[in-house]
Design a protein around this ligand. Structure first.
Ligand code: GSH
Length: 226
């Protein structure tokens, strides 16, 4: 299989974490894609141009981090990250939805800060900054939930990948006033699969989109070129 990623993508990081957690490194080649580039050859592989994108062994491509994570998790027939069923099912989905909502907002913010200065929208920047503050307050209250403390699951992975965008956005300061969330994040960030996939630091002053900062190829060293 091949997983197309960029080093800074929080969505791709989720899939990379699942690969490491499930010990699938030898089965999945990780390839850096050139996103957000006119006429990128990557568009011939994945017309949407987004990452993550998984090409299965049968040649079929999968998009969407949640779908890819679930597929990788189920490959060995022993899924570890499925959200629980029964009484906890809606709680788990509620938490995963909140984590996804925060991450989506942070991703929009991250894209805005790497546009050329005269193309950045102050309205979007302000809107996303305020959303992140509200979501950090919300998570400070929710982070004690048993599902956020128990065995690793998709809600935890999503939230941690979102919060990890602090490395990419100097204006994202979710830690002050949120000691429980900070302690939770630091504990998870120390886990080997999270440490190995930590996003590279920001270079917003250069105006280089984060998706294109690193041309480093992870894993086997193969390139994205068809
Ligand atoms: N909903 C998608 C979001 C994926 C996404 O937005 N990826 C960004 C990188 S963080 C991307 O590929 N952007 C390139 C583009 O928009 O052309 C998922 O969960 O996988």
């Amino acid at each position: 299989m091949k997983l197309y990623i960029t080093a800074g993508s929080p969505y791709a990081r989720m899939a990379r974490i699942v690969i490491l957690e499930k010990g699938l490194e030898s089965r999945v080649e990780i390839v850096t894609a050139q996103t957000r580039l006119a006429d990128s050859p990557y568009y011939r592989i994945n017309p949407s141009g987004r990452v993550p994108y998984l090409i299965r062994d049968d040649g079929v491509g999968l998009e969407e981090s949640v779908v890819i994570c679930a597929y990788l998790d189920h490959i060995d027939g022993k899924p570890a990250f499925d959200l629980p069923a029964g009484d906890q099912a809606w709680e788990a989905r509620r938490l995963e939805g909140l984590a996804r909502s925060m991450m989506d907002g942070l991703a929009v913010w991250g894209r805005e800060i790497v546009r050329p200065l005269d193309e950045r929208s102050p309205t979007v920047l302000e809107h996303e900054a305020h959303r992140s503050e509200r979501m950090a307050d919300l998570w400070e209250a929710e982070i004690g939930h048993p599902l956020m403390r128990g065995p690793l699951n998709l809600a935890q992975i999503t939230l941690a990948c979102g919060l990890g965008l602090e490395a990419r956005n100097p204006d994202l300061r979710w830690r002050p006033g949120h000691p429980k969330l900070s302690a939770w994040f630091d504990r998870l960030a120390a886990r080997p699969s999270f440490a190995a996939t930590a996003p590279p630091g920001a270079s917003v002053t250069t105006g280089v989109p984060p998706d294109q900062e690193s041309q480093e190829t992870f894993g086997s060293g193969a390139s994205w070129r068809p």
